[in-house]
Write a protein that binds this ligand. Structure first.
Ligand code: C2E
Ligand code: MG
Ligand code: MG
Ligand code: MG
Length: 289
């Protein structure tokens, strides 16, 4: 009986694995067609300059509305796209779509686009970026490319070169999800970043957690300041966290408190507003009570 049970279990696992594999295969095929079918779209989340509380720019975040499964998170389909070779196509599409949108915003409003390590390490990336800028007429220094330390882990022959060439183009570079990886400090030395994005895991709930989170954020801000880099705190949801982050000196803030990722049309309306102050928020520009 024990043997039978064992066999049954084995079969069950095999079947589960099989289902998982074919499920993935189906999703991969769906993703392959998603661009042409118009199922992908780009959402824009505001990034606010702490001093003055004005819109600094927006981060482009890709969305997939699957006709049967509904919205699928980029945390799920971007890794899939990276594994099955679809990321260059999707990534280029996001870049071009986002730049077309940014071309309609006031000229000082930046656009941030995430680049997968696979895209970054592709020798053709400089030309792709340069062509997209030329075609849309967006000034290079309005474009901020967000990369993670995955770029260094998957480092190719052209990686170092790419940093230099992108800087020569005039685009800005941000190190995304800072603090979550293995040895992020070394990467700050290696590459000419303009901004550090402090990962949400340090930011969200920082005001109510132990003082450790704020100590870490403060240290990152000090480091960034002395390297003449900007800082952006990601994932600010509450007034308490907003006040804390502001007091810790982060130059930029991104989070639901100022706006969730939104459709292009809404972003366009917000882009021309000079300030975005959330309800009930004690603005820096008003005298403190
Ligand atoms: P990310 O680049 O770190 O983007 C920030 C994520 O945090 C976004 O999730 C955003 O919606 C979320 N977020 C921002 N503020 C808050 C907040 O206050 N509260 C909470 N709970 N979440 C907040 P999203 O859009 O689901 O994207 C997840 C990740 O998927 C991104 O993390 C990025 O790594 C990847 N991704 C999204 N779009 C693209 C893309 O076009 N290309 C590439 N390569 N990756 C992308
Ligand atoms: Mg990002
Ligand atoms: Mg991030
Ligand atoms: Mg992330």
């Amino acid at each position: 009986a024990a043997k039978d049970a064992g066999r049954g279990k084995h079969c069950f696992y095999e079947q589960a694995m099989h289902t998982e594999a074919s499920d993935r295969q189906v999703l991969e095929n769906d993703l392959r067609q998603a661009i042409d079918k118009g199922e992908l779209w780009v959402a824009y989340q505001p990034i606010v300059r702490t001093a003055g509380e004005e819109i600094s720019g927006f981060e482009a975040l890709v969305r997939w509305d699957h006709p049967v499964r509904g919205r699928i998170s980029p945390d799920k389909f971007i890794p899939l796209a990276e594994e099955c070779g679809l990321i260059p196509r999707i990534g280029t599409w996001v870049l071009e779509t986002a730049l077309e949108e940014a071309a309609r915003w006031p000229d000082q409003v930046r656009i941030a686009v995430n680049l997968s390590p696979i895209q970054f390490n592709d020798p053709g990336i400089v030309e792709i970026v340069s062509n997209a800028l030329t075609r849309t007429g967006v000034r290079a220094n309005r474009l901020e490319l967000e990369i993670t330390e995955g770029v260094f882990l998957a480092e190719g022959e052209s990686t170092d070169d790419t940093f230099g060439k992108l800087k020569d183009l005039g685009v800005r570079l941000a190190l995304d999800d800072f603090g979550t990886g293995y040895s992020s400090l070394g990467y700050l030395k290696k590459a000419p970043f303009d901004k550090i994005k402090i990962d949400q895991s340090f930011v969200r709930g920082a005001a109510s957690k132990t003082s450790r989170n704020s100590a870490i954020i403060r240290a990152i801000v000090t480091l960034a300041d002395s390297l003449q880099m900007e800082t952006c705190a990601e994932g600010v949801e509450t007034h308490d966290d907003l006040h804390l982050i502001r007091d810790l000196g982060c130059s930029h803030i991104q989070g639901y408190i100022f706006g969730k990722p939104m459709e292009g049309e809404s972003a366009r309306a917000l882009a021309s507003k000079t300030t975005v102050v959330p309800d009930g928020y004690q603005s820096l520009r008003e005298p403190r009570q």
